[in-house]
Design a protein. Structure first.
Ligand SMILES: *Cc1c(COP(=O)(O)O)cnc(C)c1O
Length: 514
């Protein structure tokens, strides 16, 4: 072993020179065992006499800080023992939310797919970074192929926009929306890449009031400002009001602004609504605007023959954001931006850094696709999706989506049957069921002036109880002038009727005396 200058050999140094298997094999195997048992098997089983686990073990932040402090890297600089590391891993597993648990319905992702997990592990074991073909030959081709397969689902198999289009993986749907704004703006005003917004009229885009909040963040980041997003009203079901879209565009034009883009949403985050894409396309065509479809949540429906009609019109989009980590239950994160236009991403984002993207390499450098991305080093998010797609087949992914939609119908029926639940939307289009729980003391008093302000307090209180008990996680929120309501969502096709009955029984139980 080469010794660094001034390094005095210590008795333990022979250990450092051992191969990883001899040195760390035992440790890694113990970690893998612990993860399989505690995080994967027990962590995705409801608590009962045979074992299982709560959804979470609630700890308030101060308490958590002191627990975590016990596992800090040692203050005296000494290394930890293997036993201390294993105790630390156990602590992390114990106090983390089990998002693969059948009673976790809090977010637009859930469940734990074994093939997806295997893909994650394989990715992490190889620790790749995809910018050039030379460091990521398998992953470069894998990414491009899976993006093409997704474009075929969006734009139609054999359609020139699938083969001639382009795509990128993004660190989340928010960033996918941000890249869409950047590319749409570049198409409208290519000079913006070199000169920024200097000298341009005020660029504005349009999105519905239920569009994802990332649109505003990304508009702010890109110098368009939050006010550069013109808000379009929705109808009572949460779909973009196309008449109002037109009048918003007209009013922007009347102010001398430069509209360049409409963001439609296919599956809104809270209500699960689908904006009327064919009508929005007509408006975009008439005004010459880029049509982006944020299908972060709804995109997975493209796998289902039965339900893909909800996305009719998506094939006319200029760009589509689609998160396989949501409806398709691919592990976090797996987000994409798909474009009908080839070459635009590269024109908009590339910087041709000469230390990375040398043009005189010995292989075809068109495979160095990294320069069309905004990031430099980049994690691989394709492998876990490829693995799941291969393992289940397109048929399996279709069944996954169809099962979710069947289950949602069951859940909706159960909510309708119970007097203590009231739906926000009577006929939800997608996998979101939004409802109020009405505790017995408030039942029948809809006409009292305090009714809605009292209802507003119910969901947060029930949420506190379910979290502290660790039995269930379901999200709540207000929306427009609706007081707080629960949003039940499904992405786990393993959810069964018993799990769904549990949700309603548990909420009734926890909210009985509120
Ligand atoms: C979740 C969501 C996003 C954001 O995706 P992240 O991966 O969480 O950044 C964007 N749009 C819609 C409609 C979403 O539901």
């Amino acid at each position: 072993m080469a010794e660094a200058e001034g390094h005095v050999a210590e008795p333990g140094d022979w250990f450092e020179s051992l191969p990883i298997e001899a040195k760390h094999g035992d440790f890694l195997r113990r970690i893998a065992d612990l993860l399989l048992t505690d995080a994967v098997f027990e962590g995705t089983k409801p608590l009962d006499v045979t074992g299982g686990s709560p959804v979470l073990r609630w700890c308030d932040p101060e308490d958590m800080a002191s627990r975590l402090a016990e596992h800090r890297p040692s203050g005296d600089g000494r290394p930890a023992t293997q036993e201390q590391l294993l105790a630390f891993v156990r602590f992390v597993v114990d106090y983390s939310v089990k998002t693969g648990h059948p009673h976790f319905f809090n977010q637009l992702f859930s469940s734990l797919d074994p093939y997806g997990l295997a893909g994650q592990w394989l990715t992490d074991a190889l620790n790749p970074s995809v910018y050039t073909y030379e460091v990521a030959p398998v992953f470069t081709l894998m990414e491009e192929e899976i993006l093409l397969s997704m474009r075929k689902l969006v734009f139609g198999d054999g359609h020139p926009s699938a083969n001639g289009g382009d795509g990128i993986f993004c660190p989340g749907g928010s960033m996918a929306n941000g890249c869409a704004i950047n590319v749409a703006r570049y198409k409208f005003a290519p000079e913006v890449k070199a000169s920024g917004l200097h000298g341009l009229p005020r660029l504005v885009l349009f999105a519905s009031e239920d569009a994802h909040y990332s649109i505003y963040k990304m508009a702010a980041l890109q110098g368009l400002g939050e006010d550069g997003v013109f808000v379009v009203k929705t109808d009572p079901e949460g779909r973009m009001d196309v008449g109002h879209l037109e009048s918003q565009i007209d009013s922007a034009l009347a102010k001398g602004y430069a509209p360049f883009m409409v963001v439609a949403t296919a599956g809104t985050t809270v209500l699960g609504a689908f904006d009327p894409l064919p009508k929005i396309f007509k408006v975009c065509e008439r005004y010459g605007l880029w049509m982006h479809v944020d299908a972060a949540w709804g995109g997975g429906l493209l796998f289902s023959k039965k339900h893909r009609g909800l996305l009719a019109g998506i094939e006319r989009a200029d760009s589509v954001a689609w998160n396989p980590h949501k409806l398709l239950a691919v592990p976090q994160q797996c987000s994409t931006l798909l474009l009908r236009h080839g070459g635009l991403l590269s024109a908009c984002h590339s910087r041709s850094a000469s230390y990375l993207f040398q043009k005189d390499k010995f292989y075809d450098t068109s495979y160095d696709v990294g320069d069309k991305y905004l990031q430099c080093g980049r994690r691989v998010d394709a492998l876990k999706f490829w693995m799941m797609w291969k393992a289940k087949g397109t048929i399996g992914l279709q069944k996954h989506v169809d099962k979710i939609m069947d289950n949602i119908k069951y859940f909706l029926g159960q909510v309708q049957r119970r007097a203590s639940f009231k739906l926000v939307l009577e006929n939800p289009a997608f996998a979101n069921v939004c409802f109020w729980f009405v505790p017995p003391r408030l039942q029948g008093s809809q006409n009292s002036p305090e009714y809605w302000s009292e209802i507003h307090k119910v969901a947060p209180r029930i949420k506190e109880k379910m979290m502290k008990k660790g039995s269930l996680m379901v999200n709540y929120q207000p929306l427009r002038d609706w007081p707080n309501f629960f949003r039940f969502v499904l992405q786990n096709s393993g959810t069964n009727h018993k799990d769904m009955d549990f949700v309603l029984n548990e909420i009734e139980q926890l909210g009985k005396y509120m």
